[in-house]
Ligand binder design. Structure first.
Ligand code: NAP
Length: 304
C-alpha cells in the first residue's frame, strides 16, 4: 500500500513534539504539506493559507488539525466540505455542538472524522479496560496535577473562552476513565478555581457517581502526577504516569503498546481504509457538565 499524503495544520508545540515524528516514522503516511501562520517543518512544503492548500493540493486526502480548540471548527468544516478526511487533536472542539455538527458533515461527505484522545493510547489503558470488564466499581480517584508553565509555555489560549483551562490536561484523565470503566458514570458535583481575571479554571475538584473523585491542578511544581485508581471487589487498579504504568493491588502488570501518537496514526489508517469515523465525546461531556454544575471560586491571578 503506498503511503497516504497528509497535511498538518497548526505547527506548534504538539505538532513538533508528537505529530511530525509519528508521521515520519510511519510507512502509512507521508507528510506532504503543512499549514501554519508562522511554523513549518524542514523539507515539507508549507502554506500560510488553508484555502490555498485545499485548492492547490488535491492529492492530499487527509488533514490533521493540531490547532488549539478555538479555531479548530472552521478548519475542520472547510476540510470536510473539501472532501478531506480529518483528524482532530483533543479536545475535539470548544463545544459539544460544533463537534456534533462536524460529525454530520463527515457523514454527508462520506469521509472519516477521527476525534483523537491520545491518552487512551497510553500503554496500560487497554489492559486496564480488559481487567475492569464485567466488574463492579466501588470507588476511585484521579489525581492529575501538572505545571501549566512547563507544558503550555505562554499559551494564552488555554485561559481564553473555549481553552478549557485545567480541563485541557484533565480531559486526558477523563478520556481514560470513560474508556476503561465497565459502565459509564456521570458528574454530580464540581468545584472550580478561576484565577482572578481569567475565563477558565486553573484547578478543579470533581465528584462522579460510583464514588469516583478527581482532582485537577495546574500549579504543581516538582514531580508531576497523572494517576487513576479504581476500587473493585476483586482489587485496586492503579494507572500511573498518564496511563502508561498499570498495577493491581500494588503488583505491576506487563503493558505493551506502540506509543500514543504512533497508535493514533495507525488507528487513522484503519478508519480511512474501513471508511469509518470515531467521534466519542464522552470525555468532553464531563467537562461541559463541570462547567454547568461547578461552584466557582476566584483565586490568585495567574501570569505565565
Ligand atoms: P500551540 O503550540 O499554542 O498551538 C498550535 C499551533 O496552532 C500554533 O503554533 C499556531 O500556529 C496555531 N494557532 C494557534 N492559535 C491559532 C488561531 N487562533 N488560528 C489559527 N492557528 C492558530 O498549542 P499546542 O500545545 O500545540 O496544542 C494544540 C492542541 O494539541 C490543543 O488542543 C492541545 O490540547 C493539544 N495537545 C497539546 C499538548 C501539549 O503538550 N502542549 C499535548 C497533547 C495535546 P501558527 O501561529 O503558526 O499558525
Amino acid at each position: 500500500m503506498p503511503s497516504r499524503k497528509i497535511c498538518i495544520v497548526g505547527v506548534g508545540k504538539i505538532a513538533h513534539d508528537q505529530h511530525v515524528p509519528a508521521i515520519e516514522a510511519s510507512p502509512d503516511w507521508e507528510l506532504a504539506a503543512t499549514v501554519s501562520r508562522a511554523g513549518s517543518v524542514e523539507g515539507v512544503p508549507s502554506f500560510r493559507d488553508f484555502d490555498a492548500m485545499l485548492s492547490e493540493r488535491p492529492d492530499i486526502g487527509v488533514v490533521s488539525l493540531c490547532l488549539p480548540p478555538q479555531p479548530r471548527y472552521d478548519y475542520a468544516r472547510k476540510a470536510l466540505k473539501a472532501g478531506r478526511h480529518v483528524m482532530l487533536e483533543k479536545p475535539p472542539g470548544q463545544t459539544l455542538a460544533e463537534v456534533h455538527a462536524l460529525g454530520a458533515m463527515a457523514r454527508e461527505a462520506g469521509v472519516t472524522l477521527y476525534a483523537t484522545w491520545h491518552s487512551r493510547m497510553a500503554k496500560g489503558v487497554a489492559a486496564a479496560k480488559a481487567w475492569l470488564a464485567g466488574q463492579e466499581v466501588l470507588g476511585g480517584s484521579i489525581a492529575w496535577k501538572e505545571d501549566v508553565r512547563h507544558w503550555h509555555p505562554g499559551q494564552e489560549w488555554v485561559f481564553q473562552p473555549g481553552g478549557m483551562g485545567v480541563f485541557d490536561p484533565g480531559v486526558n484523565a477523563l478520556s481514560i476513565l470513560t474508556e476503561i470503566l465497565p459502565e459509564p458514570v456521570h458528574l454530580t458535583e464540581a468545584d472550580l478555581d478561576y484565577p482572578e481575571g481569567r475565563d477558565t479554571p486553573i484547578a478543579a475538584r470533581l465528584r462522579f457517581t460510583r464514588g469516583i473523585v478527581a482532582e485537577f491542578d495546574w500549579l504543581q511544581l516538582g514531580p508531576q502526577t497523572w494517576d487513576i485508581e479504581i476500587e473493585t471487589a476483586r482489587g485496586r487498579l492503579r494507572l500511573a504516569l498518564g496511563g502508561n504504568d498499570l498495577s493491581i493491588d500494588g503488583v505491576a502488570r506487563p503493558v505493551d503498546a506502540p506509543g500514543e501518537y504512533p497508535a493514533l496514526y495507525a488507528r487513522m489508517t484503519g478508519l480511512v481504509e474501513a471508511g469509518g469515523s470515531d467521534v466519542d465525546l464522552s470525555p468532553m461531556v464531563h467537562v461541559a457538565d463541570a462547567m454547568s454544575l461547578g461552584r466557582r471560586r476566584i483565586v490568585a491571578p495567574f501570569a505565565f
